[in-house]
Write a protein that binds this ligand. Sequence first.
Ligand SMILES: NC(=O)c1ccc[n+]([C@@H]2O[C@H](COP(=O)([O-])OP(=O)(O)OC[C@H]3O[C@@H](n4cnc5c(N)ncnc54)[C@H](O)[C@@H]3O)[C@@H](O)[C@H]2O)c1
Length: 251
Amino acid sequence: MTARMFPVADRHKDKVYVITGGAEGIGRACAERFAAEGARVMIADINPEGAASAETIGGAFHRTDMADPDQVRALADATIARFGRIDIWHNNAFSAVFKPIHEQALDEFDAITGVGIRGYWMGAKAAVEHMRERGGKGVIINTASVQSFVGEKGFSAYQMTKGAVLALTRSLAVDHAPDIRAVAIAPGLIKTRAVETIADDVMAEVIADIPAARGAEPEEVAALAAFIASAEADYMSGTAVILDGAYLAIG
Ligand SMILES: NC(=O)c1ccc[n+]([C@@H]2O[C@H](COP(=O)([O-])OP(=O)(O)OC[C@H]3O[C@@H](n4cnc5c(N)ncnc54)[C@H](O)[C@@H]3O)[C@@H](O)[C@H]2O)c1
């Protein structure tokens, strides 16, 4: 499945879109999708391979550790210097070791929350300050997870992080309406690098719990992100859109 299967030409023409964690997986698919819809795309990632993706789509790359406040600020400044403004900021970067709390070290917790809570907060802060200063409209998208809503064994710090992402999304939406919208995306199983390393027998069990009987392609998340950021979704804010093949519907 590719973005070209759902063409919405020029919906984001000349909009400036920042995607964190854009070198791989969902982030890369989002970068490609927004570029295909006419956006000027800034890919931010700790992985320098994001530069190649940026070149392919005619966008820009800024090497950024989203856990470092100075680097997040530099990312916003570099985007404004390159493209003149920021219209859509998408917090998506992710780094996690999945463990229950009694096995998790404090430095692992700090690394997970440093990117997934502190990094999202710093990204949103840089974007909101710029959007307010400009007096313009803007959209913040935060990638959450089905684990924002449910407990699954062995994901302690990650689940806490993804719960906080919903709370951040709500507070941004309430504080900055109507000019700035904030929406979370809560994906279920998406076929990215981390998921591809799961053993076949374990994956069969995971799929058995998903009514849609499959994981989704990153491009399906990207299609949703592009809709959320569009004028068609102008009344959508302070909420999360779940994309999970009915996984949560089972209860
Ligand atoms: N894949 C899934 O099944 C799934 C399900 C639910 C939610 N999500 C969420 O989707 C988002 C993207 O996940 P993915 O599966 O595409 O992951 P991924 O591992 O494929 O990509 C994550 C990207 O984040 C980058 N990154 C890691 N640490 C960083 C840092 N400190 N600063 C900047 N960039 C950093 C990585 O280099 C990588 O390019 C995450 O927020 C994740 O929690 C994924």
